[in-house]
Design a protein around this ligand. Structure first.
Ligand code: 4AD
Ligand code: MG
Length: 477
């Protein structure tokens, strides 16, 4: 007999049919009621056994966490709590679970505890819901770009250029760490390393994506990204997944339109396809919020918050306007910001971004035209000579969810900037070639998948938005 997924059985409701399912025991009550879950849906399927028909030795193996194959009749259930069940004829125990040692018991576990059991936490409702949504979001991302004429390109994971400057990098090397070869001056001789030069894990696929946009027109990358920053926050990972579209002939306004439309599409996709998981996570969040002081609670439930984002325009303001708002804001005047805003040019911290989004505008905000000094070398300089065509998309509860810019397409301006920042021009020869051979206006941005997952699922810590988080001092699993 072919096994069914619980999801398909609950959809088809084949009352009276013989069916077979596989799954893991979530609970076993009164030697009679097995709650089985197979990961296809949030719902368990109740499997009812007549224990007189089964050996006691078999019943003993049916512990929480064990894996079973169950066959029987799919029937309406008279019991409370479920409308259908399987009246079991046969059970095969794939593998039992030591009841004493199995950490995922049918009770509430803290997220911190579950992080230490990341290999088993996927068997909880919370993590299965989050990871099904992560999967749906990933699909929606490809779906959006494929429907809109973008080509998916794979940018290298190992890079030989460190010019992006987006963050600290992880070195990739096969040299003997204890006794590396040295050059005449006593420095490590990377010419003897695997690639004959210093190489690192990528912090962004942008520069390579730009080269492909200048041939394919519209491209996107979607891959793992690495940053060795020592920032132990609930918003930073050392390994995360970034989506980076890059478009020839797009100006900053087009870039903002795309970012807004793209983000809304992916959120709408999850709202249309993941009702049950979202409803579950909404309830989870409500319960969690009850433990917080009143003034820290969100005034919107999860799905309402998602709908608010998909149904309203993002507010677009310049950095200069934002600085005026922040400088005159209550928390700034009352010295409540950790980093007070005094003058134009200051880099915005997450506390400022969240003030603008959560308190001032109460909606997603796109900030643009930042001071050149606080942004990357490749951003297009404005006519004022001091701001660049940068944009950051700021979300409630998250802060920056995406960042990008129109790129500097003028060779002379770019060369000057590179000189000013003392970047090695030779390293960027191929990037500069784009400005020599058929240069054109172009733009792009990067969105961190885990930050989007955080927003959509209402989870509070980025470590719970990726299967196996990599953070400072932590690379277990
Ligand atoms: O703002 P970032 O550093 O931008 C870039 O890397 C550009 N090259 C993107 C581009 O224009 N193509 O990173 C982009 C996004 C951030 O907005 C954030 O969502 C996410 O990547 N991000 C992180 N997510 C998790 N952990 C980290 N350490 C992150 N750093 C950035
Ligand atoms: Mg950024």
């Amino acid at each position: 007999m072919i096994s069914h997924s619980i999801k398909s059985l609950l959809e088809k409701q084949p009352i009276g049919d013989s069916v077979q399912i596989n799954g893991w025991v979530r609970a076993f009550r009164s030697n009679r009621f097995i709650a089985l879950n197979d990961g296809s849906t949030l719902h368990n399927l109740q499997c009812v056994i007549d224990f007189e028909n089964f050996d006691e030795s078999l019943l003993k193996k049916i512990t929480v966490g064990s894996a079973l194959k169950v066959s029987g009749t799919f029937a309406e259930s008279l019991g409370k709590g479920q409308s259908v069940e399987i009246q079991v004829n046969d059970i095969f125990v794939h593998g039992t679970a030591d009841a004493e040692a199995y950490p995922i018991q049918p009770k509430k576990h803290s997220l911190e505890f579950l992080r230490e059991k990341a290999h088993l936490r996927i068997r909880t409702n919370t993590f299965s819901a989050v990871m099904r949504i992560r999967s749906a979001l990933s699909f929606a991302i490809h779906d959006y770009f494929q429907k809109n004429g973008f080509f998916y390109m794979h940018t290298p994971i190992i890079t030989g250029s460190d010019a992006e400057g987006a963050g600290e990098m992880f070195r990739v090397s096969t040299l003997n760490a204890k006794k590396p070869p040295l050059d005449d001056r006593g420095a490590v001789n990377y010419q003897e390393d695997f690639f004959g030069k210093e190489t690192n894990l990528t912090v962004s696929g942008q520069l390579e994506a730009e080269t492909y946009a200048m041939g394919l027109g519209k491209v996107y990358t979607f891959g793992p990204t690495f940053r060795a920053e020592n920032s132990n926050t609930s918003r930073h990972l050392a390994e995360f997944w970034m989506i980076e579209p890059e478009m020839a002939f797009y100006e900053l306004d087009d870039n903002m339109d795309l970012a807004e439309d793209f983000i809304k599409y992916t959120i709408r996709y999850v709202m249309d396809h993941c009702h049950e998981d979202l409803n579950f996570l909404e309830k989870r969040l409500l319960d969690e919020e009850k433990t917080k002081p009143q003034n820290e609670r969100s005034d919107m439930a999860l799905i309402e918050k998602l709908r608010f984002v998909t149904d309203n325009d993002f507010k677009r303001i310049t950095y200069t306007e934002a600085i005026d708002i922040l400088r005159n804001s209550k928390p700034n005047k009352k010295k409540k910001f950790k980093f007070p805003i005094n003058e134009w040019g200051a880099d915005l911290q997450s506390e400022h971004e969240r003030f603008l989004v959560e308190k001032h505008f109460k909606c997603p905000v796109i900030l643009f035209d930042y001071p050149a000094k606080i942004k990357a070398f490749y951003m297009r300089l404005n006519e004022d000579g001091k701001t660049v065509r940068a944009m950051d998309v700021l979300f409630p509860g998250i802060g920056e969810i995406a960042g990008g810019s129109q790129r500097e397409e003028r060779l002379d301006v770019l060369l000057e900037k590179i000189k000013e920042l003392e970047i090695d021009e030779k390293e960027l020869w191929w990037y500069l070639d784009l400005r020599r051979f058929g240069t054109a206006v172009h733009s792009g941005f990067g969105l961190g998948l885990e930050r989007l997952v955080l927003f959509v699922t209402g989870m509070g810590n980025i470590r719970d938005a990726i299967p196996y988080p990599r953070t400072p001092q932590n690379a277990e699993f």
